[in-house]
Ligand binder design. Structure first.
Ligand code: ADP
Ligand code: ZN
Ligand code: MG
Length: 485
């Protein structure tokens, strides 16, 4: 049986909405705070009362310029807003303020590991309210707190060819908005939302197929799964003689299927026209320049630098640069460790440190072990002063301080608990003597050729020394002892 799926090439473009971290809404002074009681963060402007006028929040422009600059977009000197008209109970004005034919950022790009993804445009708009259908059996409720909360929409080119690339692109966007401090990037809470446009075509065809847009994707996993299911659905449809129709789908994560929701609305359905209540946004060179100067090192650059400077595998570099604070912590560790310990430092931060952060549901800035203390611990291992096992014990002791209290220095703990590794062969030798004397039968078997018993002796000596003996020395000395007998 030939594989019908491999005959086709999927084409994917993403539309991502990011909710900006401004304190107040896009066009009024209401707070954008999350989880406020329903309908408390509202005013005549965002409720669309007659006679009120919107005033643009400058931070909304500042934030979109940061992302536009970081993605190499060309920035329009003069851009305007447009009204997107439609009726819905959660949209009291009857229109959303958005941008249409003159978006502020265009033609940018984002690098993912395998390729470059083009950015068609990034524009500013406002959010609508939220309808709640599941709190009461006979009523629908509406919460207008989100009306007017600033969003940016990032539209990609149809440059992705499988769900993995879409996942990587989304991951990079999330990292970017977090680095630029413009959005918290939390998909589960809705501050990052993604619609996936999917089509398929026969391999080698030069025209794209008809696309469907999948909405309702509220996690990274869902985005990838929904794309995979939609690709499969379209291929099977075509193979069975059907035709893909341009429509909006929703993803049912439980049923693991994409389901048609409505026929796709067209731009002219929204009767876009220039927003008459807002003035033209003018971006001068000085503003652009300032944004460039203040741009932090971006995640892609940082990852590359970590790979080169610290000789880390790409995987490690990706994990350690997931946010600026974690990357800074790692760098504070390596700054105080020996060059040869970079990978060890990475293992500790990715392993023990991140586990502790997860367990405690805190971020690295709240962690009670400083980078310097972490480095000292790693140096103690590298210098052969403590074994890996003892290091874990010392680390647990460092962790054990109550929240808010800084951990003790590892040198202090090692000294206090008398944990320094014993390399003095005289001392180790006497422990070995004792262990061998206590196990005459095993010694005989070893001498008769059962050399794997060496592990048993080493274990007993390590235990007797409470883990402090240097394992390498122990090994050597046992072999020497048994040979001499
Ligand atoms: P529409 O007019 O339907 O909104 P756009 O051209 O504005 O379509 O594109 C919306 C999104 O769909 C973009 O992210 C774009 O990359 C993507 N897209 C466009 N054409 C296709 C296609 N044939 N297959 C998959 N994605 C596509
Ligand atoms: Zn308001
Ligand atoms: Mg469009």
């Amino acid at each position: 049986m030939s594989d019908i799926y491999s005959k086709y090439e999927p084409v994917i473009g993403l539309e991502v909405h990011a909710q900006l971290k401004t304190k107040s809404k896009a066009f009024c002074k209401c707070s954008t705070e999350f989880n406020a009681p329903p309908n408390t963060n509202v005013c005549p402007v965002c409720l669309g009362h007659p006679g009120t006028l919107p005033v643009l929040n400058k931070n909304l422009v500042e934030f979109i310029l940061r992302l536009g600059t970081a993605t190499n977009c060309s920035i329009r000197e003069r851009s305007i807003f447009a009204r997107k008209n439609y009726f819905y109970p959660d949209l009291p004005k009857g229109y959303q303020i958005s941008q249409y034919d003159q978006p502020i950022c265009e033609q940018g790009k984002v690098e993912i590991e395998s390729k470059t993804i083009g950015i068609t445009r990034i524009h500013m708009e406002e959010d609508a309210g939220k309808s709640i259908h599941d709190m009461s059996s006979d009523e629908s409720l509406v919460d207008l707190n989100r009306c007017g909360v600033p969003l940016i929409e990032i539209v990609s080119e149809p440059d992705m060819r499988n769900s993995e690339e879409a996942y990587d692109y989304l991951t990079m966007l999330k990292q970017l908005v977090i680095y630029l401090d413009i959005c918290d990037g939390n998909m589960e809470e809705g501050s990052l939302r993604c619609d996936a446009n999917v089509s398929v075509r026969l391999k080698g065809a030069d025209k794209f197929g008809t696309k469907c847009e999948v909405k309702n994707l509220n996690s990274f996993r869902n985005v990838a799964d929904a794309i995979d299911h939609e690709i499969k659905r379209q291929i099977e449809l075509i193979e069975n003689g059907g035709e893909v129709i341009h429509q909006t789908m929703t993803y049912d994560a439980k049923a693991k299927a994409t389901i048609p929701m409505r026929s796709k609305e067209e731009a002219h359905d929204y009767r876009y026209f220039p927003e008459p209540d807002l003035v033209t946004v003018y971006i001068d060179d000085e503003w652009k320049q300032k944004i460039k100067e203040n741009q932090p090192e971006l995640p892609g650059e940082k990852t590359k630098r970590f790979i080169e400077e610290y000789s880390l595998p790409r995987y490690d570099a990706g994990v350690l640069t997931q946010n600026r604070e974690l990357a800074a912590y790692f760098e504070s560790v390596v700054k105080a460790t020996d060059k040869k310990s970079y990978k060890t430092a990475s293992n500790w931060v990715m392993g023990e440190v991140m586990r502790a952060l997860n367990d405690r549901k805190i971020n690295i800035s709240e962690f009670n072990i400083t980078g310097e203390n972490m480095a000292s611990l790693i140096n103690l291992i590298a210098d052969g002063k403590i074994s890996n096992n003892i290091a874990k014990e010392v680390y647990q002791e460092m962790l054990s301080k109550p929240a808010g209290e800084p951990a003790q220095a590892p040198e202090y703990i090692v000294k206090e608990k008398n944990l320094l590794q014993v390399t003095d062969s005289g001392e180790i030798e006497s422990i070995i003597k004792k262990v061998l004397d206590e196990s005459p039968k095993e010694v005989e078997r070893y001498k008769a050729g059962e050399v794997k018993l060496l592990g048993l002796f080493v274990g007993k000596v390590m235990k007797e020394s409470k883990g402090k003996a240097n394992p390498k020395t122990v090994n050597e000395l046992i072999i020497k002892n048994l040979g001499n007998n």
